[in-house]
Design a protein around this ligand. Structure first.
Ligand code: PLP
Length: 401
């Protein structure tokens, strides 16, 4: 059996989305350049503006506040760098958290080389931020708060609306990385009390190669790409109409089915979590309630997560590890470390991210395989070898194969 449980990494594109996109690619469809004045251009322009309106309506924005980008990372870069370059303050400071996606962390690190100061706020052991910590971190020179609403590794949701209200009171704009939230939760600019929100189509059964930055009226951003002035002058380059149409159609479908999908995913989550009754020493990483239902991050103690992930892969089960192999050293996830997990617990972590197409049978298969694989690995893996990557590491064996 093949079971895909890595929906936080990416999702398959839905047939309805492919159909909508295809029409924008074909010679007898809307393949034109939206800037062209002739009929082919008009048709493409119409598709693009319909897609923009749909995204704007879904997120409570004006169409002029929707900028299509090449991915979620680009939307985040635009929010952070665009704000930095627009600010006229002599000294600039950004507040973010220690559990952000690398698109935020690496952008902040780069901005530090440009003279920007960054405060990385800590989280508790469920991955939640304390609103009071944000209040204390805000300064006269704070130009932006950037916060991931739904964490990609553990699924924990932040008290974003509360933080947004605080930021508004203090006159500091809030950017929300909603890449894992859009299409899974009913989020809008208003419900999150934010000024900017980043999203990415491939996380909700849309195509790769397209994301969007959604902003409130009045948000000014210095463009990162200069040229023909497309996307209200914020992101030049001939618009990828098919990608934008695919994003909008995927969002439309996801939102129309949201209540049923969420109910199904909560039920599958509970079914899956029965694995804890069959195995000892399994820890749920993340918040039990303030969470994306489909994201289940578990630490299997006395078991190497890398070996477990690779063995599950051999059994047709696709998951992500909480540790990444970097130059022969296994690096524990920065998110799990920020949540205060021990290195051993972080090395034994696996992220299971469920999707709308998973079934009860698939979940039962995964639970059964997980139980037998963890039991075997616990017998085979010496505790001192957990988290080490040498010639005996299964990831080396697979790389050579
Ligand atoms: N932010 C979060 C929380 C993510 O999970 C991801 C992707 O995994 C990104 C940003 C980056 O999105 P993209 O892959 O579209 O660049």
């Amino acid at each position: 059996m093949e079971v895909y449980l890595d929906h936080n990494a990416t999702t398959p594109v839905r047939a309805e989305v492919i159909e909508a996109m295809e029409e924008c690619l074909r010679a007898d469809g809307a393949f034109g350049n939206p800037s062209s004045l002739h009929e082919a251009g008009r048709l493409a322009r119409k598709r693009l503006s319909d897609a923009r309106r749909l995204v704007a309506d879904a997120l409570g924005a004006e169409p002029a506040g929707v900028t299509f980008t090449g991915c979620g990372s680009e939307a985040i870069n635009l929010a952070l760098k665009g704000t930095f370059f627009t600010s006229t303050l002599p000294h600039k400071h950004i507040v973010t958290t220690s559990i952000e996606h690398s698109a935020v962390l690496k952008t902040c690190a780069w901005l530090q080389t440009q003279g920007c100061e960054t405060t990385y706020l800590p989280v508790d052991n469920t991955g939640r931020l304390d609103v009071e910590e944000v209040a204390q971190a805000l300064r006269e020179d704070t130009i932006l708060v950037s916060l991931v609403h739904a964490n990609n590794e553990v699924g924990t949701l932040q008290p974003t609306a509360e933080i947004g209200a605080l930021c508004r009171e203090r006159g500091v704009p809030l950017h929300v990385d909603a890449v894992q939230a859009v299409g899974k939760l009913p989020v809008t600019l208003e419900s999150l009390q934010c000024d900017m929100l980043s999203l990415s189509a491939h996380k909700f059964h849309g195509p790769k190669g397209v994301g969007a930055l959604v902003t409130r009226p009045g948000v000014e951003l210095t463009p990162l790409i200069h040229g023909g002035g497309q996307e209200h002058g914020v992101r030049s380059g001939t618009e990828a109409v098919a990608q934008a149409v695919g994003l909008a159609r995927a969002l439309e479908l996801a939102l129309a089915e949201l209540p049923q999908t969420r109910e199904k995913l909560w039920a599958l989550r509970h079914r899956f979590l029965r694995v804890r009754e069959e195995l000892e020493a399994v820890k749920l990483n993340g918040h039990p309630e303030h969470t994306l239902p489909h994201t289940v991050n578990l630490s299997f103690m006395y078991c190497d997560g890398m070996a477990l992930g690779l063995n599950l892969n051999l059994r047709g089960i696709r998951v992500s590890q909480g540790s990444a192999c970097a130059s022969g050293q296994i690096e524990p996830s920065h998110v799990l470390m920020a949540m205060g997990l021990s290195e051993k617990a972080a090395h034994g972590a696996i992220r299971f991210s469920l999707g709308r197409d998973n079934t009860e049978e698939e979940i039962d298969y995964v639970v059964a395989e997980l139980v037998s694989t963890v039991k075997k690995l616990r017998l085979l893996t010496a505790p001192e070898d957990i988290g080490k990557c040498d010639e005996n590491c299964p990831c080396f064996v697979l790389q050579e194969a």
